[in-house]
Design a protein around this ligand. Structure first.
Ligand SMILES: Nc1nc2c(ncn2[C@@H]2O[C@H](COP(=O)(O)OP(=O)(O)O)[C@@H](O)[C@H]2O)c(=O)[nH]1
Ligand SMILES: Nc1ncnc2c1ncn2[C@@H]1O[C@H](COP(=O)(O)OP(=O)(O)O)[C@@H](O)[C@H]1O
Length: 203
């Protein structure tokens, strides 16, 4: 006899990381344009909004005190400091999503990806890589959302992030947005064998 079926088809948490300016936001937007059913976590951050960013849509923009409170209340699945600001994944929506049997996507940086890996060995870690270093530099500069000094800081972090690409399960090269989005969609719908363990955030 077959063993008891799971309550819902196994789903997995997918993490997308990659250096600033590689095109994470652009590729995720393309995935959602074609697959509106793909659920993407909205992070909390102490970074100020860029022009056009909407609170609750792109990020939950919070004060330092509010971020402290999220940590103290065990409300974050993971969090990290990046280029002088803090970023974290609200835990409850991710747990609800996975409990409902639906896949969840986090777009977070390297330290956060490592925390997710430590907590959930079944999570799928995807690294979005630039076709070349020169292309990364020109994309970040071309976006024009940060002053030169901030771009320099992000590029210094990017060097270390590229060195860590081998820690990820899959590397997707963002040479072309549509092609990279296709690859990501394939990974999001790939079968898995488990789901997020229960338990609170502890970092
Ligand atoms: N650990 C962690 N990193 C995050 C989270 N949200 C966003 N990030 C990452 O923080 C970094 C900076 O994000 P942002 O300031 O929006 O810049 P951008 O990614 O260059 O547009 C990026 O690598 C994001 O992937 C989060 O909830 N947790
Ligand atoms: N495949 C690509 N080819 C050319 N330009 C791209 C590509 N993907 C993204 N870009 C551009 O690179 C810049 C950075 O993309 P963005 O999505 O903001 O990166 P990230 O979220 O990783 O910081 C944007 O100006 C975007 O239009």
């Amino acid at each position: 006899m077959a063993s008891a079926a799971p309550q819902h088809p196994p789903v997995r948490l997918t993490v997308l990381s990659g250096p600033s300016g590689v095109g994470k936001g652009t590729v995720v937007a393309e995935v959602r344009r074609r697959h509106p059913e793909v659920w993407v976590s909205v992070s909390a951050t102490t970074r100020p909004p860029r022009p056009g960013e909407v609170d609750g849509v792109h990020y939950h923009f919070v004060s330092d005190a509010e971020f402290d409170r999220l940590i103290a209340d065990d409300g974050l699945l993971e969090w990290a400091e990046y280029a002088g600001n803090r970023y974290g994944t609200p835990a409850a929506p991710v747990r609800e999503r996975l409990a409902a049997g639906a896949p969840a996507l986090l777009e977070i940086e390297l330290q956060g990806a490592r925390q997710v890996r430590a907590r959930d060995t079944d999570a799928q870690l995807v690294f979005l890589a630039p076709p070349s270093w020169g292309e990364l530099v020109s994309r970040l500069a071309g976006r024009g959302s940060e002053p030169a000094a901030v771009q320099e800081r992000r590029l210094a972090i990017a060097q270390a992030e590229l060195d860590a690409a081998g820690e990820f399960d899959v590397v997707v090269v963002n040479d072309d947005v549509v092609r990279a989005a296709d690859e990501l969609v394939g990974l999001l719908t790939a079968p898995s064998s488990g789901s997020l363990r229960s338990g609170g955030a502890s970092e």
